[in-house]
Design a protein around this ligand. Structure first.
Ligand SMILES: [Ca+2]
Length: 448
């Protein structure tokens, strides 16, 4: 409302502005306006003060009304209560009694509570004490916990170390297992090596044996290769082994025992007695073809002997050995045996030599006799049967080198290996061993 008045005034002033002619007039107007505005402001302040006082009075009034209303309500309640009290005096007495009862109960309860309070106080003290003890124990426990923590750390470290040791132990075990496996393998290898070594030794011995057989075969092959050249042991010089020779008229080559030791090189052994392992009491056929074993006792055979002595003059060498180990010999420089048609007669012997008596020259010209061919000079008996042998018997003569083998212990008759007429032993002494050999008389010339 004041602002409207002010605006109205301004509008009046603005309306007046156009009608004012000079500045003094305007200034006078403005001064008047300022005065007016000042008075307006004072009026405004007074109005506001009055308005505020009215507001305060209104509030006081409202409070008074509210207070009066509350008092009125309280008064009403008191009036009602008084009515109620008047209506129920017996109930009040009952309530009073109950209240007394309650008071008593409350007193008792208070007493109990006091007692309980005391007990509780005591318990509180005990509790406090126990709390203290617990605190102490707690401190101890904490200290022990710290110790346990330290120990735990130590234990963990030890666990780590144990784990480390376990790892190392496991590695060691693994090494051991590997070592054991290696050892087992080595044992197996050793066994294999042992077996292989044995096999190698066996093979080596077999190879050696094979080599010996091959050598023997080679010598046989060589002998067979040279057989056409060799007709006796002369070509084999000092050898005392078995060789193969091819004798003209005999047909197939055959094996002979050579001896290059007893009487110089080149001798062919035609008869040998050493131990009685071969029976020499045999028939014509056996003496014709020969028998025995070149490694032991044997007779070369009359057919071969005939052809070997036919080609050129042969020396004959007879070696005897007694049971005392002494040896003596006899030689003849023209030994020749006839054909089967001539009953393998001892056609010639030549000159005698040696360190014992001549017990064979008496037999020159005699046919060969066996127990089934009596070609001897004794018409009354068979010398072969009489002396249990086979020989160029006369009647019967002084020698019987194919007689039965006897030893001094079991000597029972005069049927032994005999060489009579010597001053070395008695006439019927049976010798331990005999070797009869031949060799071409012109051997030395042949060698040149
Ligand atoms: Ca007779």
């Amino acid at each position: 409302m004041q602002s409207k008045i002010f605006v109205h005034i301004i509008l009046v002033l603005l309306t007046l502005e156009n009608s004012l002619a000079s500045y003094e007039q305007a200034e006078t107007m403005l001064s008047k306006c300022e005065n007016l505005y000042s008075k307006f402001s004072e009026l405004q302040k007074s109005y506001n003060a009055i308005k505020e006082k009215r507001k305060q009075q209104t509030n006081i009034y409202k409070k008074l009304v509210k207070s009066l209303t509350i008092n009125n309500e309280k008064l009403k309640d008191k009036i009602n209560l008084q009515g109620t009290l008047r209506v129920k005096p017996n109930e009040l007495q009952n309530i009073t009694r109950e209240l007394h009862g309650l008071k008593q109960t409350i007193d008792e309860t208070f007493t109990k509570l006091n007692s309980s309070e005391l007990t509780m106080q005591e318990q509180r003290e005990q509790l406090l004490q126990k709390t203290n003890e617990l605190s102490k124990a707690n401190r101890k426990i904490n200290a022990q916990a710290s110790t346990i923590d330290v120990m735990n750390v130590t234990l963990m470290q030890q666990d780590d170390r144990i784990a480390e040791f376990e790892g190392q132990a496991e590695a060691t075990k693994q090494h051991l297992r590997e070592n054991q496996e290696l050892k087992a393998k080595l044992t197996i290898s050793d066994k294999s090596i042992g077996t292989m070594s044995n096999k190698i030794i066996e093979l080596q011995s077999q190879v050696n044996s094979d080599a010996a057989s091959i050598e023997q075969l080679n010598s046989v092959i060589a002998a067979y290769t040279n057989c056409c050249k060799a007709s006796s042991c002369e070509q084999f010089g000092k050898s005392s082994n078995v060789h193969v020779i091819k004798v003209p008229g005999v047909g197939e080559p055959f094996r002979v025992l050579c001896n290059g030791q007893i009487a110089g090189p080149g001798w062919t052994v035609i008869q040998r007695r050493i131990n009685g392992s071969v029976d020499f009491y045999r028939n014509w056929s056996d003496y014709k073809t020969g028998f025995g074993d070149l490694a032991g006792e044997f007779f070369i055979g009359l057919e071969k002997l005939h052809h070997m002595t036919e080609a050129e003059p042969q020396e004959l060498y007879i070696q005897l050995e007694d049971f005392d180990g002494q040896t003596r010999y006899a030689t003849y420089d023209d030994f020749k045996v006839g054909s089967e048609l001539e009953s393998y007669a001892l056609q010639s012997l030549g000159n005698f030599g040696g360190d014992m008596d001549d017990a064979l020259s008496l037999n020159v010209g005699q046919k060969f006799s066996t127990y089934d061919r009596d070609n001897d000079n004794d018409e009354s008996l068979s010398c072969a049967e009489r002396f249990h042998g086979a020989w160029w018997y006369y009647a019967c003569g002084l020698s019987n080198l194919n007689g039965p083998y006897q030893t001094p212990d079991d000597y029972t008759s005069n049927q032994g290996i005999l060489w009579v007429g010597t001053d070395w032993h008695d006439n019927y002494y049976s010798f331990k061993s005999v070797q009869i050999m031949i060799k071409a008389r012109n051997y030395k010339l042949n060698q040149k």
